[in-house]
Design a binder for this molecule. Structure first.
Ligand code: PHE
Length: 450
């Protein structure tokens, strides 16, 4: 426990080490977006060309946005609503508070669909297990999409997340992230080694690693890469901000943020090494995977093509299938806890809730929201994802740039730096964040939304 700042006598739960922070934040970043979203987009958009553009937009825009988000939280040492309010307090305290609440709603939106998809992953992992034990009927039911299955597995997943969050920042989030992230990496590498040995894998590897640069100027590709980068780095809902508030002020935030983005990008890259060759292995084995140069459907990739590939591998396929869906479940779990922490930290710090109560209340609201999505799946599911990733996340990122670059006066080193003469590299960064980032973001935003 440590005292959060000079004005407060309350001790605030926090991460105990920089490594713990990096693993927790990387855990938030690394999720279904990396292991499902990234490879699917890469396979659809010229393989290596997508990878190249993705790296570019991560570096140019997503990384500075992540920096701004973590920096605001770190300086405030408070939950995202209070942190934004404080950063805007000289001129626009209400604007900051409202933006914080919008971010918090974004976190709940993320949880409402993410926990459903995560539930599918758990169900598929359980399906492999029941198949192995010889309960074929249960296994088939678990691998078949149904409302009942959603209504069972979504709550199970929400419960798993709540169990970690209610234990606190150090004893829950940090401890579990430090256990789960190395496990995830080991499973991913094991699966890659296995898949690359199968017939057909090398063709997939070539598509992935040899870029088709004719696709690179396609605006659709740039926009997809941009949305993917913001979602993947968990920017714009306050999860990274609240994690930033749980490490001591004035740690070298820049370096830590770069390590988080590097880990996130590494795992997305590795997931591509697994999924794209696996698709070609399935194709080699006679499955229809691509139609007209495109994957036949996003959902089909994970829930049909890969499961039937695993099934064709006999007993070892069951182990591979279990490991694969556990990998996805773990990735989803560490992302879920960061979004849950946003409203929980707000209720604890601003509304004096006990952590326990706050966690269960938030989980209940998420459960209601996700069950509403399950009930009106066709209308709501895609809509909520669309709203979050194409509107809310980019707009919140723009707000972070404006706060750090323009509004926030007291204690903002970036503002001071931009006036200093003797540190040209830092001045250039401050200039970049204040002037270039908001403009770049607006250009892309208007291309996405309209
Ligand atoms: N970054 C996570 C992923 O790649 C998703 C996420 C978005 C997590 C927003 C938290 C907040 O799957």
């Amino acid at each position: 426990m440590q005292v959060s700042d000079n004005s407060s006598v309350n001790s605030r739960d926090s991460f105990q080490s920089k490594l713990g922070f990096v693993l927790a934040a990387a855990g938030s970043a690394i999720g279904l977006g990396n292991i499902w979203g990234f490879p699917t987009q890469a396979a659809n958009n010229g393989g290596g060309a997508f990878l190249f553009v993705y790296l570019l937009v991560t570096l140019l825009l997503a990384l500075p946005a992540l920096y701004a988000e973590v920096y605001i939280g770190n300086q405030a040492q408070k939950n995202p609503v209070s942190a934004l309010k404080e950063a805007c307090s000289d001129k626009f305290p209400m604007l900051g508070k409202r933006a914080g609440i919008i971010g918090l709603i974004g976190a709940m939106m993320m949880l409402s669909f993410y926990t459903i998809v995560a539930g599918w992953m758990l169900a598929h992992a359980a399906s492999a297990l029941f198949d192995f034990l010889g309960f074929m009927d249960i296994s088939t039911w678990l691998s078949t999409s149904s409302t009942l299955r959603n209504a069972l597995f979504t709550p199970v997943f929400i419960l798993l997340g709540a169990t970690i969050v209610h234990q606190g920042v150090h004893s829950g989030i940090e401890k579990w992230s430090s256990r789960l992230m190395p496990m995830l990496l080991a499973m991913l590498i094991g699966l890659i080694i296995y898949i690359l040995q199968q017939d057909g894998a090398m063709e997939g590897l070539a598509l992935y690693l040899i870029p088709d640069f004719s696709q690179i100027t396609n605006p659709k590709l740039i926009i997809s890469a941009m949305g993917q980068a913001f979602f993947s780095l968990s920017i714009g809902v306050g999860g990274m901000m609240v994690y930033g508030s749980y490490i001591k002020k004035d740690h070298d935030i820049g370096k830590l943020v770069v390590s988080i983005a590097a880990l996130d990008t590494l795992i997305a890259f590795l997931a591509g090494l697994l999924i794209i060759p696996a698709l070609f292995v399935a194709q080699y084995a006679g499955q229809e995977v691509f139609a007209g140069g495109h994957l036949i459907g996003e959902g089909q990739l994970i829930f049909q093509i890969l499961p039937s590939l695993f099934a064709s591998m006999g007993d070892s396929g069951l182990v591979v299938s279990f490991a694969f869906f556990m990998l996805l479940s773990i990735a989803a779990l560490t992302s879920t806890i960061s979004s849950t922490e946003v409203p929980v930290s707000y209720l604890v710090e601003e509304k004096s809730f006990a952590r326990n109560k706050a966690t269960w209340l938030v989980s209940l609201v998420v459960l209601i929201a996700s069950m509403t999505l399950v009930a009106f799946f066709d209308v709501l599911f895609g809509l909520v994802i669309q709203l979050l990733t194409t509107i809310l996340q980019p707009l919140m990122s723009l707000f972070y740039f404006i706060v750090v670059g323009w509004i926030w006066q007291r204690g903002n080193k970036l503002n001071e730096i931009s006036r200093l003469k003797e540190k040209p590299a830092l001045r250039a960064f401050a200039f970049y964040l204040r002037f270039i980032c908001p403009v770049l973001l607006l250009v892309v935003f208007f291309n996405v939304a309209f």
